[in-house]
Design a protein around this ligand. Structure first.
Ligand code: LLP
Length: 414
């Protein structure tokens, strides 16, 4: 457990979160490195009996300090933009350990990736495949490509992050992937067909959809083999769920067992976990500014804090639940609060109906924000984005400083 109470104060490893807030200010993201490392190692050992490669999904948390430390653990990466490629390169990653996903790769991004020596481009359409072939030929670089399959699997998650249904923009049906793989192998000399990929959604707690998608890829692989097309890699994507409230997700061990049951020895399997490695390792520290009573009976009072939807958009965007705890466990009568930010929209809430004994000035920790927290933040309402701190044991470092007014206005000043 990365965040535990010591003498009543919520700590990250050995450091009271009140110390961090006192020195760095609020709002502030805090990541507990030992938890990320433990999750990484847990996944690595669960996948021990298969030829697996971990490609951390950078979009979940792209802080350079976090990426650098993941490089040291031996992680590869899954990226979705030129910006993410630049980040992993600066973090010291070897580009051949990086896969590039996404439906809309630009000319510039494809050239950048090929010149850098990307491990694989996961293609999602015929048009994209031809574009890559053209750029590869111009650069005289052979492009390693895998085809992202859309296996039409319904998953139980928020519709915005379900990606494996036919009506979603991602991947292509097995029949189209079959034709395209044959064309790549036989007719597009600057492309090297590496394998099949899929990613059916995010925050999935059941393992059955992975069984189905894996079976779909294995079946397609066999059909391709019959045509003389070899497929060295199967990439099952990420999406492994975590506990925010009372969800009981499948474990890394369950995943490892599934892969070792289903896969033959000669296949490399790639996994692209994001949230499951970093989600639980982060909190957002925020201070209570004002307490404001509801003016209509039957409604809850407002606890107005200094973090807002621009800092953490998941509650507003997905109605996502994040636990909220007081950092100092002071006594008081609990009652239910709607915890809201200063932004001028009613959608600006971080948590609803939370029973807490709160006073003005209290420090709160919003839990499980290590994934899709800071990375989705913005400057909406011209708010300065928060600092990010990485903690390990009894030491900590500001991994990204709080933005300043100069940062805010720099790109607009002549
Ligand atoms: N691979 C691909 C191709 C993906 O599109 C994603 C996430 C992942 C891997 C990593 O998924 P994870 O293991 O983190 O679930 N903003 C949303 C989540 C969007 C996920 C997008 N794709 C949220 O806050 O829940």
């Amino acid at each position: 457990m990365p965040f535990l109470r010591k003498e009543g104060v919520l700590c990250a490893d050995d450091i009271p979160l009140s110390t961090i807030a006192g020195q760095v200010g609020t709002p502030c993201y805090v990541y507990c490195w030992s938890d990320i490392a433990a999750r990484y190692q847990e996944l690595e050992s669960a996948l021990g009996s298969v030829d697996a490669r971990i490609r951390y999904a950078v979009k979940a948390n792209s802080n350079l300090e976090v990426l650098r430390r993941l490089v040291e653990l031996g992680a590869g990466f899954d990226i979705v933009s030129g910006g993410e490629l630049e980040r992993v390169i600066r973090a010291g990653a070897t580009p051949s350990n990086v896969v590039f996903s996404g439906v809309g790769k630009s000319h510039q991004e494809i050239s950048f990736a090929l010149k850098a020596g990307i491990g694989c481009l996961n293609v999602e359409s015929v048009a994209e495949t031809y574009r890559i072939a053209e750029i590869a030929e111009r650069l005289t670089i052979t492009a390693p490509v895998a085809i992202r399959v859309n296996p039409d699997i319904d998953v139980d998650t928020h519709p915005y992050i379900a990606t494996g249904m036919r009506e979603n923009k991602f991947g292509m049906p097995e029949t189209d992937a079959f034709q395209l793989a044959i064309e790549i192998a036989n007719d597009l000399p600057y492309l090297e067909f590496v394998g099949l990929a899929c990613h059916i959604g995010s925050q999935l707690t059941e393992i059955e959809p992975y069984e189905d998608s894996l079976d779909a890829l294995i079946e397609l692989r066999s059909r391709l083999l019959e045509e003389g097309v070899t497929c060295a890699v199967i990439d099952i994507g990420g999406g492994f769920g975590i506990t925010y409230a009372d969800e009981v997700p499948f474990s890394f061990t369950d995943l490892g067992e599934l892969l070792s049951q289903r896969l033959l020895q000669d296949i490399e399997v790639d996994v692209e976990p994001g949230r499951s490695l970093v989600g639980g390792a982060g909190v957002l520290l925020t201070r209570v500014e004002y307490l404001k009573p509801a003016t209509r009976t039957g409604y809850l009072d407002f606890c107005i804090v200094d973090a807002a939807m621009n800092d953490l958009i998941r509650p507003a965007l997905y109605e996502a639940f994040h636990g909220v705890e007081k950092v100092n466990n002071t006594e008081g009568r609990k009652r239910e609060w709607n915890i809201v930010g200063p932004i001028c929209e009613t959608g600006d809430f971080l948590a609803t109906a939370r029973p807490l004994a709160i006073q003005e000035g209290d420090l709160l920790a919003i839990r499980d924000v290590g994934a899709y927290g800071f990375v989705m933040s913005s400057n909406y309402n011209s708010r300065l984005r928060p600092a990010e701190v990485v903690i390990e044991g009894d030491s900590w470092t500001v991994a990204r400083r709080r933005e300043s007014m100069t940062d805010l206005l720099n790109l607009e000043e002549a």
